[in-house]
Design a protein around this ligand. Structure first.
Ligand code: NAD
Length: 340
């Protein structure tokens, strides 16, 4: 197992008020009280300061601002020893309706952060997705590996792929101390109600029938967001510079199986949902081979019982209605306009 090679003391976490970023900030606050975190977040519709509320003010500070703002980065970045870059426009359906903010934040924003990391000579870790690799056939025996070619399908995944390529080039051309991780689909608390699992759960809590795209056969590889956080920490502190690591927890499941599991955990009949129009270009299957991360850094997922993780997630939404309720109506209205 690799030794710790970098001991961060003062990190910038972009997008730390979003779903996965805020879970990472909470994980660092719990497990590394010696590390100060500056969250840089624009607070778009997907960012919520409540996601990091209650953490010690001496350890976690929020700066509200845009990663595309180079002058702001010159104010925020000096004095930090690493940038962990989560901020993104992250929802595929939104990227199909309006790709512009995806190109701005995901491509231009990443470029500005890379330049800032270069200017101040600091470590940079880039959060990305398995969707950059395109999709696999449902019956294909293989999984994604780090050196697979990029074949993104949607405006979202193509902007993430573009940002990954910028990072690779900055590491090679400018010697930036960068690493990249591409993770599979996350679930857990604080995920926006537009995403698959929270949408189904909150629909049931609201008395609305869940909605399933297409045939429901599409396969996603689910990982609990806490396992993702620990993997990112391991890569930041022990990963080899210039490398790409894939993060996944052997969690392949079809969308219809996940929905049936939710229905069953919430005491609903198995057919209590509606079929809706499929997303254009909908990827069939994602599957991650995490061998490199496991072998080199000794990482293993802890949340290996999906039904248990899902039950805890459902319970979180049941007990945090005031967190998700304000976004629910507008989200469902947007889906209804798209026939979904
Ligand atoms: N959700 C998943 O399953 C998944 C899987 C793999 C990788 N990822 C990647 O993880 C990262 C976080 O995803 P998420 O699901 O938590 O997203 P999210 O949409 O929940 O959060 C994104 C956060 O970024 C902030 N943000 C957006 N534009 C910004 C800008 N220009 N400047 C500063 N802040 C800005 C938002 O306010 C929000 O807080 C993304 O890079 C995403 O591509 C997500």
């Amino acid at each position: 197992m690799a030794e710790v090679v970098f001991e961060p003391r003062n990190i910038v976490v972009t997008g730390g008020c979003g779903f996965i970023g805020s879970n990472f900030v909470r994980w660092v606050a719990r497990n590394h009280p010696e590390v100060h975190v500056t969250v840089l977040d624009k607070l778009t519709y997907a960012g919520n300061p409540a996601n990091i509320a209650g953490l010690p003010e001496s350890q976690v500070e929020l700066v509200v601002g845009d990663i595309c703002d180079a002058d702001l980065l010159d104010e925020v970045v000096p004095g930090h020893d690493a940038i962990v870059h989560y901020a993104a426009e992250s929802h595929n359906d939104n990227s199909i309706a309006d790709p512009e903010p995806f190109v701005q934040t995901n491509v231009v924003g990443t470029y500005r952060l890379l330049q800032a990391a270069r200017r101040y000579g600091i470590r940079y870790h880039h959060i990305s997705t398995d969707e950059v690799y395109g999709d696999l056939a449902l019956d294909e025996p293989r999984r994604f590996e780090p050196d697979d070619p990029y074949r993104p399908s949607s405006p979202y995944s193509s902007t993430k792929a573009s940002s990954d390529l910028l990072v690779r080039a900055w590491a090679r051309t400018y010697g930036l101390a960068a690493t990249i991780s591409n993770c599979s689909n996350n679930y857990g608390p604080y995920q926006h109600v537009e995403k698959f699992i929270p949408r189904q759960v909150t629909n049931i809590l609201c008395g609305i029938r869940p909605k399933l795209y297409g045939t429901g056969e599409n396969v996603r590889d689910w990982i609990h967001t806490e396992d993702h956080s620990r993997a990112v920490w391991d890569i930041l502190t022990k990963g080899r510079i210039g490398e790409t690591y894939l993060i996944g927890a052997d969690g392949e499941r079809s969308n219809i199986d996940v929905l049936r599991e939710i229905l069953s955990l919430m005491g609903e009949p198995q057919d209590a949902f509606d079929w809706v129009r499929d997303r254009p270009g909908h990827d069939r299957r994602y599957a991650i081979d995490p061998t490199k991360l496991e072998r080199e850094l000794g990482w293993r997922p802890v949340h290996t019982d999906f039904a248990e993780g899902l039950a805890q997630t459902i319970e979180w939404y049941r007990t945090h209605e005031s967190w998700w309720r304000p976004a629910k109506e507008a989200t469902e209205r947007r889906y209804a306009e798209q026939g979904q």
